[in-house]
Design a protein around this ligand. Structure first.
Ligand code: ACM
Length: 763
């Protein structure tokens, strides 16, 4: 079999890139080399597996059986095993672990047969690729696999997905489905976040209260954590996995060549544990948390805390055969430790100079204990603070700095920075998105990630084990929403984790990802169609009258069509160039591929007025977080929607809006209106005082007569000054004073109110 290695190296050749090619070979993650060939292999009931070495048949039975089951389920075909070559065409399997990189495979497909070489994992991945290549033949009901030679192996050994089952609980069958999705993308490490403040989800026989008490909470926050008034669903919520269920999931994962890494959080994120065993912390009685965030209640460094954790880890180590146990370590507030006499004495006795060193001491004891059980500890990057025990690995989440520091000090690292790997972030700016924790992580950003920081030396780079995406579930109550958040971003992650960066290409990936949306539909899995979102940008029209609206999309195929009326259809205007808006109107746009509507309609209303597209000078800048469009957004004709998102409104905190609009020439005006926002829950108040001044020369201003009045008709400004007769003006200065301090009895009372303005109209 040595000669295979030579073949392996010789066949490292470039992949052609025509779109025809892409549609024929939509494999994700992209194989390291794929040589497209003409001709097709016909997949039908005459095809059988033939395992070359008869002694290997049972060794790859699980791998071939899974392929067989899927082909049966999705294509209604029966692929059997054969002992003879009586079948017209065979899928030959050659088990070979010696001459092919770990998890790698070679697959040669021609019109007569298919030959697969690899270890068991390699054969499994070959069959995942093979399954993605199945496509309709020329005649109805026929299925083919296009000929090609593939040589493939992973870039990283840790290709992970995390799932938080503490914030919301997903029964074992959902977890198994999640694992199937991972396997489809050749992801091999499942990080199972089993414990947190809101619930303890793993049965520990020695400490039954962990699940009988810690597995349940009395209430769950409704809406977003940042809303100033908390609302709760008072239904008791919880659940846990029995040890039998855990074993079943671990066995199932193993059959998919996935290792399960369980996470037992310590010493913070421990409210659920402390609800069952308060004596492991301050002793104060508490409940599993019903809301999100970081809690001050943490474990204390008592001997019984360590002995309990050891008892828990003894059972965990038996249940999970993998090398790594995740011990959390993130977001551990130190207030309780710094205020407690016990903890302060403990620190003195153990020569720990501060609470960071106490956290480090805590983690080191656990790392050492796991070492005695032949396990390696991995933890979030906070475990570096105060020093980290040899042998522990680091999951870099707050960015890459933790991972870089860890690699430089010879610790292994998994990269999972919030910036590119947090799938609980929004993936679309569409106002109709389901509520998410915040942030914005579109598909292209996931795809662009390179887990190996350039600042590392070649030796340090070897410490980067790989990459992982995390799915925290505070705002993900159902499995359908889990699917929505991971698809198609998991496809992008898989290519980051598997494919060499030299062969990655986002546009070309997108064409394959679109084929995968058919797979998601076939699997009845929910997924995001955010790639069909239409993005709009606005700029002043060149002649100063009105605005130019530019539409764009990242979808690789399709035409944008738009109209100013109802539902967009195929007969509407195709978008070629920026659209000039010089009247009040409402635009709708949608992407079509052929006759098919893709994605959601984009809609935007414009309110035309004399200042639209004119020059605006802001004399006081808004807060950076609420300054998306800058000064121009006050005259872009977009009056701001509610519920509001940051992008349409400029926001000042406890400050004054002070702005001058230059109409470009002396015009005749009579009315100035301001669209402001009133949302007491978000500390945003309508302003208290509004003054408008006008000038013909930009030097001498006069106050506009007429009292500012507050209007409430929808679609109209909520504050206006109307002189009732026209007069000449070129410059309009508007000074709007915020509400000042929020009054007693309202959310945020005692703090300055926000002032939010979306548009200033001049008529
Ligand atoms: C984390 O997101 N707190 C690891």
């Amino acid at each position: 079999m040595r000669k295979l290695l030579t073949v392996f190296l010789l066949t490292l050749i470039a992949i052609p890139g025509s779109s025809q090619f892409l549609l024929r070979y939509p494999v994700i993650p992209k194989p390291q080399t794929l040589l497209a060939l003409s001709g097709d292999f016909n997949l039908n009931n005459e095809v059988a597996f033939f395992v070359e070495d008869r002694s290997s048949v049972s060794a790859v039975k699980k791998e071939t059986q899974q392929f067989r089951d899927k082909v049966q389920k999705y294509y209604g075909l029966d692929i059997r095993h054969t002992k003879s070559e009586g079948y017209r065409s065979c899928i030959y399997i050659w088990l070979d672990s010696a001459s092919i990189p770990p998890e790698g495979y070679m697959m040669f497909i021609n019109k007569n047969d298919i030959n697969i070489y690899g270890s068991k994992a390699g054969v499994f991945y070959a069959l995942e690729s093979l399954f993605q290549l199945i496509q309709p033949g020329v005649n109805q009901g026929e299925w083919i696999i296009p000929s090609c030679n593939i040589i493939d192996y992973p870039r990283f050994s840790w290709r992970g997905m995390h799932l938080d089952v503490a914030r919301h609980f997903f029964q074992k069958d959902y977890v198994k489905q999640y694992l199937r999705y991972m396997a489809m993308y050749k992801l091999n490490t499942f990080h199972w976040h089993l414990t947190d403040d809101q619930g303890w989800r793993i049965e520990i026989k020695k400490y039954p209260l962990l699940t009988s008490i810690g597995g349940w909470r009395d209430s769950t926050l409704l809406g977003h954590f940042s809303e100033p008034v908390d609302r709760y669903d008072r239904t008791r919520y919880g659940g846990y996995y029995t040890q039998e269920e855990i074993k079943e999931v671990v066995r199932f994962a193993d059959s998919l060549h996935i290792t399960v890494v369980p996470e037992i959080e310590m010493p913070g994120h421990a409210r659920a544990l402390l609800s069952a065993y308060p004596e492991l912390g301050s002793g104060a009685k508490q409940n599993a948390a019903g809301t999100w965030g970081v809690f001050t209640e943490v474990m204390w460094p008592r001997e019984e805390t360590f002995s309990t954790l050891k008892g828990i880890l003894d059972e965990v180590c038996l249940l999970f055969p993998g090398k790594y146990i995740h011990i959390g370590g993130d977001e551990c507030p130190k207030e309780e430790w710094s205020k407690s006499e016990f903890c302060q004495n403990f620190m003195k006795d153990n020569h720990l100079k501060d609470e960071d060193e106490l956290q480090s001491y805590f983690i080191q004891r656990i790392v050492t204990y796991l070492g005695t059980k032949n396990k390696k500890a991995i933890g979030w990057d906070e475990i570096l603070e105060g020093g980290l025990a040899d042998g522990a690995a680091v999951m870099s989440w707050r960015g890459e700095d933790g991972g870089i520091a860890a690699a430089k000090s010879h610790h292994d690292v998994v990269m999972t920075p919030v910036s590119h790997c947090y799938f609980d972030y929004y993936q679309s700016k569409n106002p109709g998105e389901p509520l998410a924790i915040g942030g914005y992580l579109p598909l292209n950003k996931v795809y662009s990630y390179d887990p190996v920081p350039a600042s590392l030396t070649e030796t340090e780079k070897k410490h980067i084990l790989g990459v992982q995406a995390n799915l925290w579930t505070e705002y993900i109550p159902t499995f359908a929403q889990v699917e929505y958040m991971i698809f198609p971003r998991m496809a992008a992650l898989s290519e980051v984790a598997w494919s060499r960066k030299e062969i990655k290409n986002y546009d070309e990936f997108l064409s394959r990802a679109i084929r995968h949306m058919d797979f998601y539909s076939n699997m009845r899995a929910n997924y995001s169609r955010a790639i069909y979102d239409i993005d709009a940008t606005y700029s002043p029209a060149p002649n100063g009258n009105g605005i130019l609206l530019s539409l764009s999309t990242i979808a690789p195929y399709g035409d944008i069509r738009y109209n100013y009326g109802g539902m967009v259809n195929l007969g509407d205007s195709a978008y070629y160039e920026p659209i000039l808006i010089t009247s009040s109107r409402s635009l709708r746009a949608c992407i079509f591929t052929g006759e098919e509507r893709m994605g959601n309609d984009f809609t935007q209303s414009f309110r035309y007025h004399k200042a639209m597209g004119k020059t605006v000078t802001l004399r006081k800048q808004p807060a950076p977080a609420y300054n998306t469009g800058g000064a121009f957004s006050l005259v872009d004709g977009i009056t701001g929607r509610t519920p509001w998102t940051g992008s349409e409104w400029l926001g000042w905190w406890g400050d004054t809006l002070d702005v001058v609009i230059d109409l470009g020439k002396v015009d005749s005006i009579r009315r100035v209106g301001i669209y402001s926002l009133h949302d007491e829950g978000s500390w945003i108040w309508r302003p208290s005082i509004t003054n408008v001044y006008t000038s013909v020369d930009g030097i001498h201003y006069e106050r506009m007569t007429g009292l500012p009045v507050i209007l409430s008709a929808s679609g109209e400004p909520d504050i206006e000054v109307d002189t009732r007769e026209r007069f000449p003006a070129r410059y309009v200065k508007v000074i709007v004073q915020g509400r000042g301090i929020i009054p007693m009895g309202s959310p945020g009372s005692g703090y300055p109110a926000w002032l939010f303005v979306s548009e200033i109209i001049v008529e």
